[in-house]
Design a protein around this ligand. Structure first.
Ligand code: DGL
Length: 260
């Protein structure tokens, strides 16, 4: 049986990249809901509807576990999905806790980069309210990065001016840690690094999510000997076009370069 990975688009590839490192002997189905991306600009109930439709589809493929490799979808639907489906469901949320710990040690603040939906939702706001006694956390939505990633646009001369403009009202030296609270954003880590002082930690929840997946599969004795094969779906249609498949594997190569 395969492991299902789900995102509104290509962002979940940043979590899949982590899983492939930790669990190379599994097979994967990657579902990008390209008909409905961006989730971050939609309402919670719209997103919940799209996520349920996608997960029904993946359930029909007989997956043994599901990774919701999308912060927006996790915050809109993870709880309800767990009530509905019998397989383990692993979500992702902004890595606020380690970020506060690291920034506090440096006497600096935390900047969470995410989407409007995640930053507005209860799940994130409860997390910050619970952990951020000292009021260190600021948030910024960068929907433009989702759009760039969906167009496979990674040219710094196109992307950097957008990020610079969005960051203009922030004093970047004040931040000790930047949290990537949208799974699309690690694809731009090389550019983000250029805009924050050396020594600023840029972290995301991808590794923690892949580790949770491995732990749960191990505990439930669901590990098996696959070959790291990945089947790609775009909102319910299997991607078979060689050029499109190359673009997806190109993202994994980009992440090899970024994470080293
Ligand atoms: N990749 C998604 C996330 O982690 C959302 C991107 C979007 O569709 O707006 O939140």
């Amino acid at each position: 049986m395969k492991i299902g990975f789900f995102d509104s688009g290509v962002g979940g590839m940043t979590v899949l990249w982590r899983a492939l490192r930790l669990l190379p002997r599994e097979d994967y189905i990657y579902f990008a809901d390209t008909a409905h991306v961006p989730y971050g600009e939609k309402t919670k109930s719209e997103v919940r509807g799209f996520v349920f439709e996608a997960v029904e589809f993946l359930a029909g493929k007989n997956i043994k576990a599901l990774v919701i490799a999308c912060n927006a979808a996790t915050s809109a639907a993870a709880k309800e999905l767990r009530k509905e489906f019998g397989f383990p469901i692993i979500g992702i949320e902004p890595a606020v806790k380690p970020a506060i710990q690291r920034s506090q040690q440096k006497g600096k603040r935390v900047l969470v980069l995410s989407t409007h939906l995640t930053l507005r939702e209860e799940k994130y706001n409860n997390l910050v309210a619970r952990l951020d006694d000292a009021g260190l956390v600021d948030g910024l939505a960068l929907p433009g990065l989702v759009a760039f990633a969906e167009r496979f646009e990674f040219r710094p001369e196109v992307v950097l001016p957008y990020i610079k403009e969005e960051l203009a009202r922030f004093t970047v030296e004040r931040y000790g840690t930047v949290v990537l609270g949208c799974t699309h954003f690690p694809l731009f880590t090389d550019m983000l690094r250029q805009l924050f002082p050396a020594g600023t930690d840029i972290i995301d929840g991808g590794l923690g999510t892949a580790m949770n997946l491995k732990r749960i599969l191990t505990e439930q004795k669901l590990l098996n000997g696959g070959s790291g094969e990945i089947e790609y779906y775009s909102s319910g249609s299997k991607i078979e076009d060689g050029e499109k498949l190359d673009r997806y594997s190109g993202l994994l190569a980009r992440l090899d370069h970024i994470y080293g």
